[in-house]
Every structure is written in C-alpha cells, then in structure tokens.
Design a protein around this ligand. Structure first.
Ligand code: GFB
Length: 318
C-alpha cells in the first residue's frame, strides 16, 4: 500500500487515541490537530485546516460523548456540538478533495425496541431511546451525510457502528461517564475508603454489549482498508451482560468485598442493544479481548492514571 497520511479527528479521546496507537504502531503517518488550534465546531477553521493539510484519509473519532446522565442532562450540547462537527468535517473534507473518510456511529442510535441482535437495516425503523435521542439524531445525520456525499459526489465515505466501548483514556467523571469507567472508579474508591457498599444506577437488568476500544480500533482500520459500502457496518463484541453482571465483573477486578445497592430512581435507558456484527465478521474482523481481561486491564490503566502527575498523559496498558 502506498504511504498515506491519516487525520484522526479526536486523537485525544478514547477511540481516537486507540486508533492513533494502532496506526502509529504500524508505522503509518497520523495527522493530529489540537482543539486549541482548530475548534471542530468552527466551519471556517476546519475548512482552512483541511485545505492546507489535505490528508489522504480521515478517521472521524471526534464527538461530544457521555453516559446516560450526561446525554439526558445536556441535550443541546449533544445535538449542537455533534451536528456542527459532522457538517464541518464531512463537507470540508469534500471541499478539500479528501476522498476517504470513516465516520463512527453508535449502537444507541438504533430504535429503542429494535429486534435483537440488531442488524444494520434496523436504523430509522422506530422511536429512539429518549435519554439519548439528541445524540442519536446527530449521529444519524452523520451517517446520512456520508451517504449523501457518496451518492452525489462519489466520495468513499463510510460509517462504522460501535457498541458500548471501554479502555484506556476513558472518562472517569461520575456525572458524565459511561457505566464501566464509573463502576471502576466507584469500586476503587469504596475499597480504599473501606465502605460497605457501592451504588449502581438503575435496576441492574439492562443488557449491554461491551467492546474493548483496541478491538474497535482494529475494526475501524480494517474498514478503512477493506470496506467501501453505502451502508454503515456494525462492529460489536457479539455478547452481552446485564449491568449487574458487569458490576460483579468490575467488583472482582478491583477486589471490593462489600455489597451492591441498586438506585432505581436512576434511569435504565434502553433495555437491550446487542448488535449483529456478522457482516464485518464475514469480511474478516473479530474481537480478541474478553470482557474479564479487558476490565482488568482497564482497572490497571485507571490505577496508573491515578498515580500520574499529569493525568492526561498515561501510556495504554496491554
Ligand atoms: O453506560 P451508560 O451511561 O450508557 O449506562 P447507555 C448503561 C447502563 O448502566 C444504564 C447503568 O442502565 C445505567 O443506568 N449504570 C449503573 C450506570 N451505574 C451507572 C453509573 O454509575 N454510571 C452510568 N453512566 N451508568 C449511552 C448513551 O447509553 O451509551 C450514549 O446515552 C452513548 O448516547 C453510550 O451512545 C454508548 O448504554 O445507557
């Protein structure tokens, strides 16, 4: 393959940093630009930067993301930031003549009661989960933008749909994070403080599909190299656990011996969102990191981050 320059939009986030590690590990040239230099919500800034730097391909890992509470509490931020970033990057990529782009969706943008496991054609067939409909509408628009520029201009823009992700560089803020990093932090702090219990939001019965971000990174790069279809393509672990089972897994990894308490005043969100990722598996990608090991590694990464003087600079574990 000829040498290519790939811009990872969102290179500091959990997904973008994992893809950066993978591509740089392969000796590829990764382009990065800091938020202080280009605010991705600013159309002019994005267009000028893309025209001046003209990557061969873009991995679109920049997004305003968060867990169930953040999505439900900051709907304007989730819909505005994501729509702005998407229209700016995708349109400017086209204007700058960038022919290849991989956009990232999310399994939470499928209908709340989609038949399980969820196949790609379930998108836009029913009402959305209310706690994240703002994010979902924006992400659906991103997929449609890729399809529109493909249809009208022949651009080779594709979309990959990940399930719930976890791993190095996750967000551990208890108000805005997803469940897995929140539980790592809660169990760790309860263990340290010798507390008798940890509070888990909701009933513990919702099912979620968790994929380690390094597996997702391999899936995204696999698609960059091998997939060029109009339809988005699912990239999931293929198995699911209840939130209670997840909590017990994190509890084991951390070594917390107290009990779990379920706070049913907090929302459960969607009951289940297991994707059917057989299309991508048939093309040749498969996950490699089992949840138990992935959670243990994520906890080790969290411990290293706790000790780092500058928490933003921590090498990935595993
Ligand atoms: O990970 P999470 O915030 O996102 O929550 P979603 C998953 C489940 O874990 C919900 C429960 O049933 C939560 O109630 N949970 C239990 C907790 N304890 C906690 C906790 O301490 N923190 C959090 N955050 N949850 C998000 C979407 O949905 O999934 C986003 O809102 C995004 O848009 C993301 O797509 C992947 O899976 O419910």
């Amino acid at each position: 393959m000829a040498a290519r320059r790939v811009w990872i939009a969102g290179h500091k986030g959990m997904v973008g940093s994992a893809i950066t590690r993978l591509l740089e590990g392969r000796g590829e040239t990764v382009m990065k630009v800091d938020r202080s230099v280009v605010d991705l919500r600013n159309q002019i800034a994005v267009e000028v930067w893309l025209k001046q730097n003209r990557p061969d391909a873009i991995v679109f890992a920049a997004a305003k993301v968060g867990g169930i509470y953040a999505n439900d509490t900051y709907p304007a931020d989730f819909i505005y930031d994501n729509l702005a970033i998407e229209t700016n990057i995708i349109h400017s990529a086209h204007v700058a003549g960038v022919d290849r782009l991989v956009f990232l969706g999310s399994s939470c943008i499928y209908p709340k009661f989609a038949p399980q496991p969820i196949t790609e054609d379930a998108l836009l067939t029913g009402p959305l989960e209310p706690t994240n409909e703002w994010y979902a509408v924006a992400k659906i628009a991103g997929i449609k933008l890729c399809q529109a520029y493909r249809k009208q201009y022949g651009r080779r823009y594709i979309s990959v749909m990940p399930c719930n992700l976890y791993g190095p560089n996750d967000n551990f803020d208890l108000q805005t994070s997803h469940v897995l990093p929140a539980l790592i932090r809660k169990f760790h702090e309860a263990k340290q403080a010798g507390k008798p219990e940890v509070v888990v939001w909701g009933t513990g019965t919702p099912l979620r599909e968790f994929l380690h971000v390094d597996d997702l990174a391999r899936g995204v790069v696999f698609c960059l190299d091998n997939y060029d279809g109009y339809e988005h393509i699912n990239c999931g672990a293929g198995s699911e656990v209840t939130i209670r089972e997840l909590a017990e897994t994190v509890q084991r990894a951390v070594g917390f011996s107290g009990r779990l308490v379920f706070d049913t005043t907090k929302p459960d969100g969607t009951p289940r969102k297991l994707m059917d990722s057989s299309r991508l598996r048939e093309l040749g990608w498969a996950p490699t990191i089992p949840l138990e090991k992935g959670v243990a590694d994520a906890y080790q990464w969290f411990l290293k981050r706790e000790k780092a003087p500058d928490r933003s600079v921590v090498e990935a574990v595993g």
